[in-house]
Design a protein around this ligand. Structure first.
Ligand SMILES: *Cc1c(COP(=O)(O)O)cnc(C)c1O
Length: 473
């Protein structure tokens, strides 16, 4: 076949002005916006011109493309108006998956966000007195109840404030208490948490001077004691979160640190990272300090994330001695780091679930409490739904991870679906699952795709089955 010169084929392409006068495109512009439609028309035409230039299209191919022009523009418009941020199915079994948005919010939390954020609220307004008030009150009362009244002393002497995330919480405490002074930290705790949160860097930004003591594997209470001078403002303990030190190790006990700090009249801070408000021992995980354990043992101020084991919105919580916390609230940095009404609403609702002891209302806690058998039963049921001649599915033992900066050894026994699809490498099958709607994120191990339903909401099982039907026929 004779290929026409490109210039002649170009001439067959309509002008954008001409295109937008066509009824189909005009009605598209009415519903989706004129600018978007013109932009999409331009990019569809540009693509066509490129293909012509590359010599890939002959006259009949151009004709065919022109007959489908409005459809192509419409799908381009739809594509450009789609959300970039969208839900995915987390089949990795990592409960607090930082890349997948950490803690999912409960239905009641979302409802509370919706009803308070859709209109006006009493965020900083005391309805009884008809006067201005503080946004902290909405959650401080609940933290008081959860952290103090139920067990330990001094409820009146303790409070909690909320900032944007735990990194901000650490920055605010260090800047308030130790700007220009020294903070003593064990060399075994100078951690980096995912996304470039490094203790020495945050320390430098806060204006505090890092005073490292001990060695990577061993730090004793006497190391802290020897390092204390008149410039010392704070003793800091940092939860290692994402790694462990094993073997020939030693660290000062919290009780010894509390005793030393109080003897010298200096506050002790603990950066907990993931602040569990429920007893992890109840799901078989020990050695992870909860917020309550830490405060009860006499630590003056603790910092933790709202969207890790607490299971709420992204936030940084600072709980502890009222006088210290009041100093942080009056630091001008606090104004820059504070959170909005959406966060307060989601946090208030999450905390109320703890007050009601309705732990299963909080998605991450519910997921942690699922037994290996619970997950296994759902896996068996789903396996039956996705049978296809070229798909092999086995149910095997495995482990779910807490993730999100909880100790790496914190695993929960689970049952996994191990899948292989004929004619598809595991990586390819994984990529196809990611291309689904909703996208499914799974892991690959030993040439098989592994799905852990612990982190999949039961109401997503059907969508997951649909995803497989599409891929494996
Ligand atoms: C996760 C973590 C942080 C950072 O918390 P974000 O809420 O992600 O800012 C800081 N310190 C420790 C010990 C952590 O585990």
């Amino acid at each position: 076949m004779k290929i026409q010169p490109a210039t002649e084929l170009y001439r067959k392409l309509p002008a954008v002005d001409e295109l937008v006068r066509e009824p189909a495109i005009r009605s598209l512009a009415e519903s989706c916006g004129h600018e978007v439609v013109i932009g999409s028309a331009r990019s569809v035409l540009a693509r066509l011109r490129e293909e012509i230039a590359s010599g890939r299209l002959d006259e009949s191919a151009v004709k065919l493309a022109l007959s489908g022009l409005s459809a192509a523009i419409e799908s381009e418009v739809r594509r450009s108006l789609k959300y970039s941020l969208r839900p995915v199915i987390n089949a990795t079994g990592v409960i607090l998956h930082t890349n997948l948005g950490r803690a999912p919010l409960s239905e009641t939390a979302l409802e509370h966000v919706r009803e308070t954020a859709a209109g006006y609220s009493n965020l900083e307004f005391d309805l009884e007195r008809g006067a201005r008030s503080k946004r902290d009150v909405h959650v401080d009362r609940l933290f008081r109840r959860l952290l103090y009244e139920e067990g330990s002393a001094s409820a009146t002497n303790s409070s909690t404030i909320v900032v944007n995330n735990n990194a901000a919480a650490v920055l605010l405490v260090l800047n308030t208490v130790a700007d220009g002074g020294e903070v003593i930290v064990s060399r075994g705790e100078l951690v980096e948490i995912g996304g470039s949160f490094r203790i020495p860097d945050v320390m430098a930004k806060s204006g505090a001077i890092l005073r490292e003591v001990g060695t990577t594997n061993r730090t004793r209470i006497s190391d802290y004691e020897r390092a204390m001078t008149e410039r010392t403002r704070l003793l800091l303990r940092v939860h290692r979160s994402n790694f462990e030190i094993t073997g020939f190790t030693e660290e000062a006990s919290t009780a010894d640190l509390v005793a030393l700090a109080h003897w010298r009249g200096i506050p002790l801070m603990e950066d907990l990272g993931s602040g569990a408000l429920f007893d992890l021992r109840s799901v078989g995980i020990s050695g992870e300090p909860g917020v309550l354990d830490s405060l009860r043992s006499g630590v003056d101020v603790v910092t933790y994330s709202g969207d890790k084991l607490l299971g709420g919105p992204q936030a940084g919580l600072i709980s502890g001695n009222s006088e210290l916390v009041a100093r942080m609230r009056s630091n001008s940095l606090f104004r820059a780091l504070r959170v909005d009404k959406l966060t307060y609403a989601a946090l208030e609702s999450t905390l109320l679930a703890y007050v009601r002891r309705d732990h299963d209302a909080i998605p991450v806690v519910r997921m942690m409490r699922l037994s290996r058998e619970d997950v296994g039963r759902r896996a068996e049921a789903l396996a039956k739904q996705i049978v296809s001649p070229n798909l092999k599915c086995e149910i095997v033992d495995g482990e779910s991870l807490l993730g999100g900066g909880a100790a790496p050894s914190c695993v929960l026994p689970t049952r996994l679906m191990a899948l292989s699809c004929e004619g598809l490498a595991a990586e390819e099958l994984c990529a196809k699952l990611r291309a689904g709607d909703p996208a499914t994120v799974a892991r690959v191990e030993d040439g098989r795709v592994l799905l852990d339903l612990r982190t999949v909401f039961p109401e997503q099982d059907a969508a997951l089955a649909g995803n497989f039907a599409r891929i494996c026929g």
